[in-house]
Ligand binder design. Structure first.
Ligand code: AMP
Length: 300
């Protein structure tokens, strides 16, 4: 596994690897897994998917300053390069790209990639500028690595929708591969930010996955019929935690992220996303569940 810190060296190494690979196959698939590091099993699942679907796997680790707001946790974001390298090696990654902030953003930088519309809701509404930071860094990584496939977790479902929109709008030649959310046994979605939680808040944070599961069950058994039913149920469940402060608890169409009006019936939609962002103390956690209508095969 190569650990590379500069764009020039990464391009040189990738070009060599592509040439070697071309001897064995017609098309070389480079799979990119963009992360901010402090890797956990959620990240590992993306690396596994990339390993299965690509000839060359590139993992990037970069805590991207421009996707953090002025009062957010850029400085304190957890970092552990040695442990990350061990995880990457265990998952069979070929190249780990760990650029510095100066390498990614030599000053002055004057170009930003901005997706409108779907970036204005949910996390975009509570974190102004966040998605511009994400789409800018992801575009840069796509240009630097030129992957055929890029792997993203549905943990950040809005991010997946935004990146798919960007790739579509800008005709970027890369397949976006969304990967399922990995959870702890008790339901908590894995996140690098979970280390911020005290034991008490870690326990309370279980209301997120419990609320989502309850919402899904109510849709399935038919006790939740409208968007308002879902919103009420989410608030009820999350309200069981003394410290939870809801940022949003929403239901919308996926991937458009068009919000449903209160009285709208859920069965009018084939693909819905129930998404939560909740603060426990200073720690803001997100989680979601997708509810897709299965094709019912009619028996003739
Ligand atoms: P991050 O390092 O938090 O920016 O995440 C890097 C990638 O890992 C993103 O595509 C995330 O959606 C994905 N990811 C983070 N947590 C999980 C999880 N629990 N399950 C699946 N993917 C995840």
């Amino acid at each position: 596994m190569k650990v590379i810190r500069t764009i020039t060296e990464l391009r040189r190494e990738l070009s060599l690897m592509r040439k070697k690979q071309a001897i064995h196959s017609e098309e070389t698939i480079v799979g990119l897994v963009p992360t901010m590091g402090y890797l956990h099993q959620g990240h590992a699942s993306l690396m596994k998917a990339a390993r299965e679907q690509s000839h060359i796997v590139v993992l990037s680790i970069f805590v991207n300053p421009i996707q953090f707001g002025p009062n957010e946790d850029f400085e304190s974001y957890p970092r552990d390069e040695q442990r990350d390298l061990e995880t990457a090696r265990a998952e069979g990654v070929d190249i780990v790209f760990i650029p510095s902030v100066e390498e990614m953003y030599p000053q002055p930088t004057q170009t930003t990639i901005a997706v409108s519309g779907i970036t204005e809701r949910l996390c975009g509404a509570s974190r102004p500028g966040h998605f511009n930071g994400v789409t800018t860094v992801v575009s840069k990584l796509f240009n630097i690595v030129q992957p055929q496939k890029a792997f993203f977790g549905m943990k950040d479902a809005q991010q997946v929708a935004v990146i798919e929109q960007m790739v579509h709008d800008l005709n970027m030649p890369v397949d976006i591969i969304p990967c399922p959310i990995v959870r702890e046994q008790d339901g908590l979605a894995l996140s690098s930010r979970n280390v911020y939680l005290s034991a008490e808040l870690r326990q309370e944070a279980l209301v997120l996955s419990q609320a989502l599961r309850a919402a899904q069950e109510s849709v399935e058994i038919g006790t939740a019929v409208t968007a308002k039913d879902i919103r009420r149920l989410l608030h009820e469940h999350i309200g069981k935690s003394a410290h939870a402060v809801i940022d949003y608890a929403e239901i919308q169409a996926f991937p458009s992220l068009e919000p449903l009006a209160d009285q709208e019936e859920l069965n009018a939609y084939d693909d819905l996303l129930i998404a939560l962002a909740v603060k426990f103390g200073k720690t803001r956690l997100i989680d979601n569940i997708r509810i897709q209508k299965m094709e019912v095969l009619s028996h003739v």
